[in-house]
Design a binder for this molecule. Structure first.
Ligand code: SF4
Length: 477
């Protein structure tokens, strides 16, 4: 998961891209970069770190040009090092640049093809560089650039690339382009504003970024759609290869800003709906007389937890206080450090926790490491009973589309029954929404849920998860 932004036609394009990246910092904290185009020059600054650490005032002043591409990175492949930061740039032909959000499943195969067939080498571990080379190779076969040529390049890319991608890119002296993979797994929206003399266009991973920068939201880029805006501000669009929309369900559950709208669905509203269904499930399974308080795991579960507390009429309390200055825990690569990182990140309010029966609400349970450590933290603070409730159904299969859980064995719910999951986490109860409830809450079946049901890979095997001896288990999962 990353954040991308593209600005075309604004004299302040780098400043706008910078502000946009700050607003999308939650989508990736490992690295950031901005590339700008003047009519005949490329300027690029990128590095490892948070957006405000990577860019100084002087960097931004040096990034001249009315076209910008920005990226904030969350690494799923490659290491967190400068050579893997985005955007990428290829000087031949024309001067092409590119940044993307997603992940290509067949990157090794693609690299081999680039090498053997096209005599092109990549120096990074990033799939954006592979995509850039596919486009460059295609465009280099013709002398003159036009939209039809670009459409041919993106059509070839879509034929070759297996995976999720939401891309913004630039062609020096020509314009800005953007496209989304044929299933639209990763989000991309666009908008425009009039700056007094001409229209200025912007693309971003999230709609709230456009809103903040005063762009009028036009729509989401359609699955498989290519959009190109030339330097004369002529607008071109083509459906290159459209399949059924399958946006990652995690966008609504966890990734996106609550005030964003993705594929016409408001994230905030959907998180309320998740709380509605969680309340339904909890009412069916738990004796509410034994619940004292609803506590969210900061930050993303807050909206659902508030809704849950309203519906079950139990007080909502923020009893885990987040230290905002600690970054993501898996940059620490051993288990002990990760455990300590949870304690650094979250401080329990002991006096309010002691002796209480608590419903602890989180957006999801992936590896279970964080959930387990939070439960331990609450127990050490004196919690009597902990019911751990997740707005996401059990994650049983890996993701190869840009989220960092590439193998089955690291997933806490995989191959376990309900009792085993409870034991692994150290909770008194574990409650998940089920898949039909998730679909109802998000009000769409047009979601990717491959990590939940395995889809073509592995059939969702409830017998693995449910201990048939205990009827409660059957309802719970
Ligand atoms: S497999 Fe899961 S995490 Fe990956 S894109 Fe699909 S829904 Fe999102």
């Amino acid at each position: 998961m990353c954040g991308v932004i593209g600005i075309h036609g604004s004299p302040e394009s780098a400043q706008e891209a910078y502000q946009g990246l700050l607003l999308m910092q939650h989508r990736g904290q490992d690295a950031a970069g901005i590339l700008t185009q003047t009519n005949n020059q490329i300027n690029l600054h990128k590095d490892v770190g948070l957006v405000d650490k990577v860019f100084s005032r002087d960097n931004l002043i040096a990034l001249k040009g009315e076209t910008s591409i920005g990226h904030t990175r969350y690494s799923t492949i490659g290491k967190i090092e400068a050579k893997d930061c985005l955007p990428f740039f290829s000087n031949y032909p024309f001067g092409i640049s590119l940044a993307h959000n997603g992940n290509l499943k067949n990157i090794d195969e693609l690299k081999l093809k680039l090498h053997k067939k096209y005599q092109r080498f990549t120096y990074s571990n990033n799939d954006a560089e592979v995509m850039l080379n596919i486009i460059s190779h295609y465009l280099s076969q013709k002398e003159h650039f036009n939209f039809e040529l670009l459409s041919g390049a993106i059509s070839e890319l879509m034929e070759m690339c297996d995976g999720a991608y939401a891309v913004v890119g630039g062609i020096l002296s020509h314009g800005l382009f953007a496209f989304r993979d044929p299933h639209g797994i990763r989000p991309l929206v666009y908008g425009k504003k009039f700056n007094g003399t001409n229209w200025v266009y912007a693309f971003a991973s999230e709609s709230n970024t456009l809103e903040y920068l005063d762009y009028q939201y036009i729509k989401d880029v359609r699955p498989g759609e290519l959009i190109y805006i030339d330097n004369q501000m002529n607008f071109y669009s083509k459906n290159i290869q459209e399949k059924q929309l399958k946006t990652c369900m995690f966008e609504w559950i966890y990734f996106a800003n609550p005030e964003s709208v993705i594929d016409k669905k408001m994230v905030y509203q959907n998180r309320i709906h998740l709380g509605d269904y969680l309340a339904k499930k909890i009412k069916d399974l738990i004796d509410l007389d034994e619940v004292d308080v609803v506590v969210p795991v900061p930050e993303t579960s807050r909206i659902s937890a508030i809704r849950l507390s309203e519906l079950i009429q139990k007080p909502y309390r923020e009893l885990l206080i987040k230290n905002r200055y600690i970054q993501r825990s898996f940059i620490l690569n051993d288990q002990k450090s990760r455990e300590n990182a949870v304690r650094l990140k979250l401080s329990p309010v002991k006096k309010e926790i002691e002796g209480k029966n608590i419903i602890l609400v989180d957006d999801s349970i992936v590896r279970g490491t964080t959930s387990k450590n939070i439960i331990k933290l609450m127990r050490n603070a004196g919690a009597k009973k902990i019911i751990f409730a997740s707005t996401c159904p059990p994650i049983l299969f890996p993701c190869h589309y840009g989220i960092d859980f590439p193998t089955t064995k690291e997933l806490v719910a995989h191959g376990k029954n309900y009792q085993e999951i409870k034991d692994a986490l150290g909770a008194d109860e574990v409650i998940y929404l089920n898949i039909p409830m998730l679909i109802d809450a998000l009000e769409t079946e047009n979601i990717c849920k491959k990590c939940l049901d395995g889809k073509e890979e592995i059939e969702f095997n409830t017998s693995n998860l449910i201990n048939k001896q205990d009827p409660k288990n059957e309802i719970n999962l």
